[in-house]
Design a protein around this ligand. Structure first.
Ligand code: LMR
Length: 330
């Protein structure tokens, strides 16, 4: 039977039949850190289905959720080196390559979801996706995916006034802007990867964190946090990045079909972001485990004012072009 196999393999190459390499699908490895039932997890899986449909199986997306392949600390390196082909990190985690991505953390920069979407469709957003800084690391951005506004949770006491944050320690995603945000509130922070945050909250390594309703809910932070303040002080959004060499090597027709699949998945993702965050807020409230606090207009204004030093320190790094550009989209 070994002989038969060898003969078959040889004749495959010369006899006009499909060779193994022609019939094997192009595998696109897509790694991410959230769970399969999160906004990003659902959209990534739908993208995989759409790629299968649109390419007739010629390309296949393998999705690795929940940091099972790579976590916060190494997924970007894995993309740069081509060990994975696609990631969709929270954009602030791109700070290693281009600090301007921390635009997303600038306090109270975005008004609402509509404002965020206008930004996603703007020319300034495209300059971030196609920057030389990314290209020189052999990656490029293809699309923005939305999550939502962040809210503070903690274990110590209700957070209403800026003074309430003093002395507490928070988990941060990445970067100096978030560090400065907590410092402006006389609080401490530690960069902890997403995959390790639940344990850090449970064990009291940190007192609190900031995230969207959907991330809080799908990570079950309500089990290990006592208070959540509806602060909407900053955003958490994603961009989908690919390894550039891998992307450019893909046959043109297949790449066009994958692009079409991404376009549809992106439309779905934007829709899901709003729906799933609303459903998650209800889940968190219904858990009965977290006290949910809202801010008065005065408390919100006080928080915004307390966070002004972040602009003084970082407007130049983020660039006023980007900050004013976003403000002008309002
Ligand atoms: C976080 O680290 O909190 C988020 O960036 C996780 C994610 O990908 O939504």
């Amino acid at each position: 039977s070994l002989l038969v196999l060898v003969t078959a393999a040889c004749s495959g190459g010369s006899g006009g039949q499909k060779t193994v390499s022609e019939s094997d699908p192009i595998v696109i490895k897509f790694s991410h850190v959230t769970s399969i039932d999160s906004v990003k997890g659902k959209a990534a899986n739908r993208f995989a289905e759409l790629v299968e449909e649109k390419t007739g199986g010629k390309a296949k997306v393998e999705v690795y959720p929940s940091s099972q392949l790579y976590g916060d600390n190494d997924e970007l390196d894995a993309l740069v080196s081509g060990n994975v082909h696609m990631i969709a990190p929270s954009v602030t985690k791109m700070v290693k390559l281009d600090p301007r991505w921390q635009y997303v953390d600038m306090p109270f920069l975005f008004n609402d979801q509509e404002h965020t979407r206008k930004f996603f469709e703007s020319d300034i957003a495209k300059t971030l996706l196609n920057s030389d800084k990314l290209a020189s690391n052999d990656i490029m951005g293809l699309a923005f995916w939305e999550n939502g506004f962040k809210h503070f949770t903690n274990n110590k006491h209700p957070l209403q006034e800026p003074e309430d944050f003093a002395g507490l320690k928070f988990r941060a995603q990445a970067g100096k802007v978030l560090e400065a945000q907590f410092k402006a509130l006389d609080a401490g922070s530690a960069t902890i990867s997403f995959g390790e945050t639940y344990a850090a909250l449970q064990q009291g390594t940190v007192d609190g964190q900031e995230n969207t309703y959907n991330n809080i809910d799908t990570q079950k932070y309500q089990e290990v946090q006592k208070y959540m303040t509806l602060s909407e002080h900053g955003r958490l959004d994603y961009a989908v990045f690919v390894n550039k060499s891998f992307w450019e090597k893909m046959p043109d027709d297949i790449r066009a079909q994958v692009e079409e699949a991404l376009k549809e998945a992106t439309e779905l993702e934007w829709k899901l972001a709003a729906e799933e965050n609303a459903a998650s807020l209800e889940n968190i409230k219904n858990s009965g485990k977290v006290e949910v606090l809202s801010l008065t207009d005065g408390e919100r204004a006080a928080l915004e004012e307390a966070l002004q030093p972040v602009y003084d320190e970082f407007s130049e790094v983020i660039t006023t072009e980007l900050i004013d550009g976003i403000r002008n989209l309002k």
